[in-house]
Design a protein around this ligand. Sequence first.
Ligand code: NAD
Length: 466
Amino acid sequence: MLEQVFLHQKKYSLQLRKESLKVRLSFLDDLERLITEHQGDIVKALHADFAKPEAETLLTEVYPLIKEIQHTKKNLKIWARPTPVESGTALWGTKSVIKREPRGVCLIISPWNYPLNLALSPLIGALAAGNCAIIKPSEVSRHTSAFLKKYLPQYFRAEHVTVIEGGKETTEELMKFPFDHVFFTGSTRVGKIIMEQASRHLSTVTLELGGKSPVLVDESANLKHTAEKVVWGKFLNGGQTCVAPDYLLVQQNQWPHLKPLIIETIEKFYGKTDEQVQSPSLARMISKNHAQRMKTLLEDAVKTGAELVYGGNIDIEKSFISPTLLEKPDLQSDIMQEEIFGPLLPVITYNTLPEAIDFINQREKPLALYIFSNSRHNIREILEETSSGGVSINDTVIHVGNHHLPFGGVGASGLGNYHGYFGFRAFSHERAVLKRSWGHSLASRLYPPYTASKVDMLKTLLKWKL
Ligand code: NAD
């Protein structure tokens, strides 16, 4: 069955290459209609998956998709236009252009944490670039997967866009086919498996992975502002965000002042500790297993010396973990070794900025880095001396919402990027096309036999760097 789907898409992809931009734009219209016509079902599916608050579904799933579709529709004509480039002296008489062509049949594998956005945002790039796509959503967010499985076929033909549901085994089966591009969003561990499997066919890959994204707070930061932005970014989606602040690195003298502000903000957003379990503004863990993982991480952190500063309320039956603050975690404990991916926030203090920068550089390159500072000098130093997929300065998470910026990781946090033009580019092949318009190229004067005069000519070219 999978083979048939793949072969039908392969066949259709050859026809699709010949279609006009107008046709691609109509596909983007269809995707936009799917989302707007079923907004209510989307909210319900995400609520059923992990009690995601309606406001967060609209803000982080529906809104960014609609905005990205509009941005893509507005700019596609310019992005898809062939770009003329210089040919140079040696290729006199030729014209060169870069043509952006569809890759062909693409596989989109998505995770459960933003289950609609991360399945459909890559699809925007794939459709804009003229591709066919098979979407393999996460089996964990089963209500949203069922939504995609039910509604996408009502807007797209199966040979163009198909949803295949399933877990690890289904992905392994799919990865046996020679896809023209594999776009994977998920953990670094599985990303490595996908890249290995893609290498069998030399399929190109985009890997949107995770990691531990630090928040660096220096001595000049506005602490009230910092507390608000950190609490929002950390506990959004129940802490299950790839770019969520993973841990805080706070200048030692600032921490006693920042701590009460963070607690105050948590209570302003989600209520007092005994009210938080009822909060409709706080998403739950995606499953009891994921809640259990948080509980184990927290217990291990405390056992290995971390101080529980705030929170720590857990109800596994309700998949509930309350916003939790921890101080002085053991750097070898699991909470400081694994991506947390939940509402636990460990805090580490530092003395000097170089110490904090070293701390970041001794670890894998993160997907995001957050800097809270009012010192231009410090901001420059941190940017120059560290690496990460993206950065927000004096804010968290929101750089992902700008479709004019590429979104992706670096090193262990990912390979390649997307959103807006970068999504169109990820799903396009840049084809080099050179056409001789007149005359003979200089190269043809250098064809064999290689006489002394030809060698002299080459030496002259090199001497004058022509
Ligand atoms: P995951 O890696 O477990 O699963 C992602 C996808 O891979 C799912 O569709 C799943 O069915 C499939 N899969 C799982 N195990 C597999 C295997 N052994 N072989 C083949 N396929 C397999 O990730 P997750 O738990 O769904 O999502 C959380 C992770 O994703 C976190 O690490 C998070 O940081 C990351 N993430 C990254 C981004 C980003 O844009 N960079 C966005 C969201 C999530």
